[in-house]
Design a protein around this ligand. Structure first.
Ligand SMILES: [Zn+2]
Length: 275
C-alpha cells in the first residue's frame, strides 16, 4: 500500500503592529488540487501498521511541533519579517483519525471520533450531537489508560477513557475527507436515480422485486452508455463518474417524467457547482 502525507498552504494573513485583527492576504481556492497540495512524504506502508507509520512520520511530527512553537524570521524588502505557522490536520479518513488519535478501531463501542457516544447511545439519539473530543483530551485519557490512577477494572477504565487505547500521535481536525464525502454523496444519488427510474413518488411502498428491477435498469444503462460496471460497494472512481452531467443525462433517458428529469438535472448541476 502507498500512503501520501501532503501539505497545502491554506491561507496567509498579516497582523500589523498595534492591530488587533489579522488581514488575510492569500487564501487557497483549490486546496485539493495537486497544484497546491504537495506531497511531503510518500511511503510504502500499510496505514494500519502503527509502528512503521509512526516511525516514518515521527520526524515530520517532531518538526511540526518545533515549528508551532517558534518563529521564522525572513528578510523581505529589507525588513525582517516574522512568520508563525498554524497547522490543521485535515482530510484523514475515519480509520486514519482513529489511528492518529489513539482511538480503538472502527468496530469499537465508542462509535464516534468526534464525541463520546457509544453505539447504544447513538442509536437512541440521532440528532443532538456536538464535537467534544480533542487531541489534548485524548492525550490526557491515554495517560489515565496507561497509569490507571484509580485502580479500576479494565471495563471501568475503558469507560473512563472512552475508547482511547494508544498514545495519540498527531492532532487531527474534525473534517470529512474528500474521498468519503464523494462516496457518501454518490451513494445517495445512486439511490435517487433508482427511485426516479421507478417513479417512487407515485408508488410509496414498492416491493423488493420492483426495487431490484429499477436498480438492474440503472446498472444496465450505466454499463451500456458509460461503460460503468456495477459495484458491490460504492468506491471513489464510480462516485466521480456518477456525479457528472453526462451520467445524469444517461439516467434521464430512463426517467419517464420530463419534469422530474429536469429537476434531476438541476440537482446534479447544483451539486457540481457546490463542489
Ligand atoms: Zn458523535
Amino acid at each position: 500500500k502507498a500512503v501520501r502525507f501532503s501539505i497545502t498552504v491554506m491561507s496567509v494573513s498579516v497582523l500589523a503592529e498595534g492591530e488587533e485583527e489579522a488581514v488575510t492576504v492569500f487564501r487557497e481556492q483549490k486546496p485539493n488540487s495537486e497544484m497546491s497540495c504537495k506531497p511531503l512524504c510518500l511511503m510504502f506502508v500499510d496505514e494500519s501498521d502503527h509502528e512503521t507509520l509512526t516511525a516514518i512520520l515521527g520526524p515530520v511530527v517532531a518538526e511540526r511541533n518545533a515549528m508551532k512553537n517558534s518563529r521564522l524570521i525572513l528578510a523581505m524588502g529589507g525588513l525582517p519579517r516574522s512568520f508563525r505557522f498554524h497547522f490543521r490536520g485535515t482530510g484523514y479518513d475515519e480509520k486514519m483519525v482513529r489511528e492518529m488519535e489513539g482511538l480503538e478501531a472502527s468496530g469499537s463501542t465508542y462509535v464516534c471520533t468526534l464525541c463520546d457516544a457509544t453505539r447504544a447511545e447513538a442509536s437512541k439519539n440521532m440528532v443532538l450531537h456536538s464535537v467534544t473530543r480533542s487531541h489534548d483530551e485524548n492525550l490526557d485519557r491515554y495517560e489515565l489508560w496507561r497509569t490507571n490512577p484509580y485502580s479500576e477494572s479494565a471495563d471501568e477504565l475503558r469507560d473512563r477513557v472512552k475508547g482511547v487505547s494508544a498514545k495519540p500521535f498527531m492532532e487531527t481536525q474534525p473534517t470529512l475527507d474528500a474521498l468519503h464525502c464523494d462516496i457518501g454523496n454518490a451513494t445517495e444519488f445512486y439511490k435517487i436515480f433508482q427511485d426516479e427510474i421507478g417513479e417512487v413518488h407515485c408508488r410509496p411502498n414498492p416491493s423488493r422485486e420492483e426495487r431490484r428491477s429499477w436498480r438492474a435498469a440503472l446498472d444496465k444503462q450505466l454499463r451500456k452508455k458509460m461503460k460503468l460496471k456495477p459495484v458491490m460497494r460504492m468506491n471513489g472512481n464510480f462516485a466521480r463518474r456518477l456525479m457528472t452531467a453526462e451520467a445524469v443525462e444517461v439516467v434521464c433517458e430512463l426517467v419517464p417524467s420530463q419534469q422530474r428529469s429536469e429537476a434531476l438535472r438541476e440537482l446534479m448541476n447544483l451539486y457540481i457547482q457546490m463542489k
